[in-house]
Design a protein around this ligand. Sequence first.
Ligand code: FES
Ligand code: FES
Length: 155
Amino acid sequence: MKKIITLNVNGNDYEIAVRDNRTLLEAIREECNFTGTKQGCDVGDCGSCMVLIDDIPIQSCLTLAVSSQGKKIVTVEGLAKNGEPHPVQKAFDDCGGAQCGFCTPGFLITSKNLLDQNTNPSVDEIKDALSGNLCRCTGYTKIIEAVQVASKALN
Ligand code: FES
Ligand code: FES
């Protein structure tokens, strides 16, 4: 039996019908059509499904859609403002921080949150913040560099 719920995603309300066991990841991809958030491991290990929930990066594969009502959800599609990419998106592009790109939305969400909390993070702080995000392609060096470049742009 499905329930009608309202999710606030990227500043807009979406009224959707979901079963109790529908994950937030499935709901934002399949009911709200924000497919930037990726379904990787589906068990909380890879970070490709990371979204901001009330400004905290959370694995949407481990979160139920029904428990996400009344919260402010931001996906990678919500990072750009007025048609301009967020500085962290521009830095990933400029530094080659994405290769296949599958992990990138999760990294962008986590990096944006880190820079909101700490505008000048050290390399160790960047590594610590991104420790829940896995990438099979880049070797991480360019990702860390991109966060440093974004940090300089924001300062
Ligand atoms: S898909 Fe959610 S952590 Fe991997
Ligand atoms: S760029 Fe391919 S998994 Fe990270």
